[in-house]
Design a protein around this ligand. Sequence first.
Ligand SMILES: [Zn+2]
Length: 219
Amino acid sequence: MKRVVILMGPPGAGKGTQAELLAYKFGLIHFDTGRYIEGLHREKLVPLKIRKEFERGDLADPVWTLKVLRKQIERIASADFGVALSGSPRTVFEAFGDSQNIGVMAVLTRAYGKQNISVFELDIPQEATILRNSKRRVCSVCWKTHLLGPALRNCPFCGGKLIRRVQDRPSIIKHRLEEYKERTKPVLKKMKAAGFKVVKINGRSKPVAVFTKINGYLK
Ligand SMILES: [Zn+2]
């Protein structure tokens, strides 16, 4: 069965980690919108206006983001794979669109069926978000993320140099948290109202414990 798992939660909640684990377990393609868009930025494939928003920590232009997201989901679905989404949809517009734009939830429903879509909200307190993000580094070679520890100097996967992303700077994280509260939280409410399965999970535990909990809902 092809399924869709959507991981929601504030920055640092562990969405990417869970999506990755679920992708391995269920043979899904993990699509991380943030990471994909960062890649477009690195390759200088985005308009200047969008680049500026990105560096401020604002959510990128909604129409542009939705278009990027829809295209990738359609590619994955047409290749006959299920999908694990982390970091999307981030706004009500991305999720449900408007009269001019088809939202992501409609695209997913058409491709996979509503009953095969599960949404998990990883809930962590704000202090934990700030702490985790301040320790977060990405590898400049393989772009895996790691939490800084005393023994961690280079990427444990490939040995590449670890760097801090612009959007993980403390001042920008605060801004991203506000964006989450104001613009992403309402998405969860609307998903529930629209009849999607939305489960809140305590994201404070170790990734393996969170993963076990999520699995319990996916049997
Ligand atoms: Zn690496």
